[in-house]
Each structure stands twice: as C-alpha cells, then as structure tokens.
Design a protein around this ligand. Structure first.
Ligand SMILES: [Zn+2]
Length: 497
C-alpha cells in the first residue's frame, strides 16, 4: 500500500486536512490510539506518529480507535485502495457477510475469487496493510462503535448486529481495546435503550463532492411503483432480506458530508447487509476525487466532470431486481420499463400486510427469483420472447445463490450472464456495472452512450470505435459512461438495437 511520505502525512495531520479523511489514519505510539487526520485532539509529536492507509492496518498494529474523531465515521474507501479488483471483490463479499458465517474462512473466500489463499493474503497486505481477518475484526469493532454512538440500541443487539456471535465476546473485545465495557462508551444524550426494530438512524460519510441531485434524479426516473418512492429529496423503499421485510429511507446531509439512513427492520443481524446495500446503491465508497482527476485528463470528459463534479455510478439494491429491470428495459423507453416493473410487482410481488407508515405508496416487496421461476404465467404486456427470457433468468438466479456475487474476472461474469437465454452483451455489461459493481464495465452498444459520445466528443458512433476511445478511461469506464449519459440528459440508458 502506497502512502505519501511521512512529512506529507504529518502535514495533513497538522492542518487537519479533510481531503485525507478515509485515506490516511495515524497511530499515536504514546497513547496507543489511532485517529483520522481531522481529529480535533492536539497534534501528536512527529516521532510518535505511525501512518496507515486503512483502519484495519492501524488496528492490526495494536492501536485502538479514537473516541473523539471516531475512525468509524471516516468515509469507507477501503475497496478503492490500489488497483486490485480482487481486493475490491473480496471486500464486497466480506461486506456481504462472507467471513461471518460459522463455516466461513479465508480459504473459501479466496477459492470464490479464483486466487490462492496465500495470494489473497499478500494482496490484502499490499493494498490494505492488513490480513483479511484483521479487516473483518476491525469492521466489527467499528460498526459496533457506530451503533453505540449513533443509536440507542441495547448492547445485546449491538453485539449481534456487528457480528460478534456472543455478547460475552463483544464485551471481551471492547474491554481489551478500551479498558471498559461497551456501554461506558455511550454518550449521555443517548441513554435509554430503544430496540432496533423501532428504527435505527445512521450516518454514512462519503468523500466529497457528491452529486446528490443527479443520483436522486436517476433513482426517481426508474423508481418501481409499490417498492420505491422518491419524494422531497428523500429516497424510500421496501426491503426483503432472508424472508423478513422492512423499510429504508435515505436523505442527503451535505453539512455532514454524509447520507442519513433510517432503517426499520425486524432482525438486527441483517443491519450490516442492509447498510452494505445502501453503500452500494448510492456509491458511497467511491474515491471520487481520484476518479474525477483521472477522467479529467481526457479532453472530452474534462468539461463534463467540471459540470458535474462528484457524479456517482448508482449500484443496484439487489442483483436480481436490477437484472429484471434491465431485461424489462430492453428496447423500450425508461418510462415504459418502469410501468412494466410496477405491473410485475403487483402480479408477482409480495403484498405487505401493513403498509409503510411513512408512505402509503410502499405496498409490496419485489418478487424473488423463486417466485418468478415458478410462476405459471408472467403476464406482462411485452413480447413473449422477452417473457421467456425473464423466466429463464429467474430460473438461473433461483438455482444459483451466487449469481450476483463477485467472482473471478469481469470477463467471466459477462460470459456467465451471456450464457443465459435472452441476455446479450448490453444487458450483461449493464448487470456487471450496476449489480456486481464492476467499475470498469462499459455497455458500449448502448444507444444513449453512443449518442452522448457523438454529441460531446464527436466520437464516431459505433460500439467498436467507442470501445477503443474508452481504453484510456480504464479502470473507471463506468463513471465515464455515467457522465456521457448525463451529458445529453438521458439519465437512464437504453439498449441499442
Ligand atoms: Zn482522534
């Protein structure tokens, strides 16, 4: 992992430079605490500072998180460090709980990624400065700390939500780190416990800038009736995880450089998975300054980036839902695809027994793959070939729980999607981009993309020439695509014919 030299790191610390927040952590040898560069505490002596590129690296070296600057509230940019796609995919799987289950281990994780266990450890050390296990343990401590500080959840729930397995283990770890029980860390204004099912509100910090308006416009244009609502600068949706149903609400808190996320869900164990989905959908973890800087070197993209700094590449809430929407969107307008999705939800989605008290429009959860795979009749107003491809896709998704989890190289993922009936190159690239978060995916045959490229760059509008032109946009072609779509105000892409 490459850090700037010590003098530059120290200068960032002295000036409390927010640009380094999330990219740099400092361990103070005289106190044993590690901090964000923006910590309000007195700047430690130069000779007492050790610099790290991730919280996990600092924690693995024996430092404990600072209670003032709260390293857990730094932007989580870990998956963007270095250029290793393997590490990014591994982190996505870890966020998804890949190392939390009883039978989980690093060997299985590396197998899934198509690399040897030793190689994975080596890559983690190189890009994050910590082992996979240290990364998982740090995540647990930091998430628990966030829940302690920001919510009124009872400590037993915090322990379960953060993945500690038992309250005893949770107490041991916190006593080991802070010399006191976890409950002693809760601030006075947060006393009195409120179970998580009554609602939990968290702040997720991003690295600025963040183009919230474009993100919201994108989501609004494709909000599925019954499942998603965008209103008053707020995104809301229904959520189903492991058969339980709840609600999520997301707002922008620009003064805190954060998104505010309110979650109502019956099971606390699902909280990390729900937070991970919010991060993915809103592309919170992007090191956007680095991406914008890279793409700005291109004469065609530079003015677009100057116009929309911080434009994000929206993810998918759920791989299957996203893929179904992509299929429904083949050859039709965005509005038509949205109508079809709404119809699909009414016919096949589960109706909630109690409507959402925040919004009466949230009435259903999106149909599962199993539900669509076993439906006798899809019954939507679209060509029968597309209906059968929808069903074929549902059958594959129902039989392969890992279909939307990252694995191997991007080409493998694309080839796998393409092997399903009715899934062409465009749809496969689009699913890779949104659902698998492949930030280098690029649906070059997309009609909107081709128009955008012709409009702003005079790039000859054939998929082949666009692909060639896009070479220098690697490894962030997804962001280049987002800018080209936005450039001609076609916020939502359409498949080329
Ligand atoms: Zn601090």
């Amino acid at each position: 992992m490459e850090l700037p030299d010590r003098e530059i790191c120290y200068r960032a610390l002295e000036t409390r430079d927010a640009r380094f927040d999330g990219l740099l952590f400092v361990g103070v040898t005289s106190t044993g605490v590690y901090c964000r560069p923006v910590c309000p505490a007195r700047t430690p002596h130069f000779q007492h500072c050790r610099f790290f590129g991730s919280a996990a690296a600092a924690q693995q070296s024996g430092f404990r998180p600072c209670l003032r600057c709260r390293p857990e509230s730094a932007p989580d940019l870990a998956s963007w460090r270095g250029t290793s796609n393997t590490v990014s995919r591994a982190l996505a799987l870890i966020a998804d709980g890949a190392l939390d289950r009883d039978d989980a281990n690093v060997a299985k994780l590396s197998g899934r990624l198509g690399v040897g266990e030793r190689q994975l450890r080596r890559l983690f050390l190189k890009h994050l400065g910590a082992s996979p296990i240290a990364v998982v343990q740090t995540r647990r401590v930091l998430f628990a700390k966030q829940l302690i500080h920001e919510t009124r959840m009872p400590m037993t729930e915090v322990a379960l939500a953060a993945g500690f397995g038992s309250v005893r283990r949770f107490n041991e770890v916190f006593r080991g780190l802070f010399d006191r029980p976890p409950s002693a860390l809760r601030r006075e204004n947060n006393v009195g416990s409120v179970p998580a099912k009554m609602g939990v509100t968290l702040r997720l910090r991003y690295r600025p800038p963040y183009d919230w308006d474009s993100m919201l416009a994108y989501l609004e244009a494709r909000a599925i009736p019954g499942v998603e609502v965008v209103e008053n600068s707020c995104y809301q949706r229904t959520v189903e995880v492991d058969g339980s149903v709840g609600f999520v609400q997301v707002v922008h808190l620009p003064q805190h450089q954060s998104l505010g996320v309110a979650i109502r869900f019956p099971s606390v164990r699902s909280l990390p998975a729900i937070v991970a989905r919010v991060r993915r959908l809103f592309d919170i973890g992007a090191d956007i300054e680095t991406i914008d800087e890279h793409l700005s070197r291109d004469a065609v993209l530079a003015p677009l980036i100057a116009q929309r700094p911080g434009l994000r590449a929206p993810g998918g809430w759920d791989g299957f839902e996203l893929a179904v929407r992509a299929i429904l969107g083949q050859q039709v307008s965005v509005a038509a695809a949205r109508r079809l999705a709404g119809e699909l939800v009414v016919r096949h989605g589960r109706r909630l027994s109690v409507a959402c008290e925040n919004h009466p429009g949230l009435s259903h959860v999106f149909p599962t793959a199993e539900r669509l795979a076993t439906a006798e009749f899809i019954g939507l107003g679209m060509p029968s070939a597309r209906q059968s491809s929808l069903k074929a896709f549902a059958e594959v998704a129902a039989s392969d729980r890992n279909l939307f989890r990252p694995f191997g190289a991007i080409e493998q993922a694309i080839a796998r999607f393409r092997s399903i009936r009715g899934i062409g190159e465009w749809t496969a690239q689009y699913i890779a981009l949104r659902a698998l978060r492949e930030m280098d995916a690029f649906p070059a045959s997309d009609a909107g993309l081709l128009r955008g490229a012709a409009l702003v760059g005079g790039i000859q509008s054939t998929p082949g020439s666009l692909l060639k032109r896009a070479e220098c946009w690697r490894p962030w072609r997804a962001y280049a695509a987002q800018h080209l779509w936005a450039a001609q105000a076609i916020v939502v892409p359409q498949e080329g014919t």
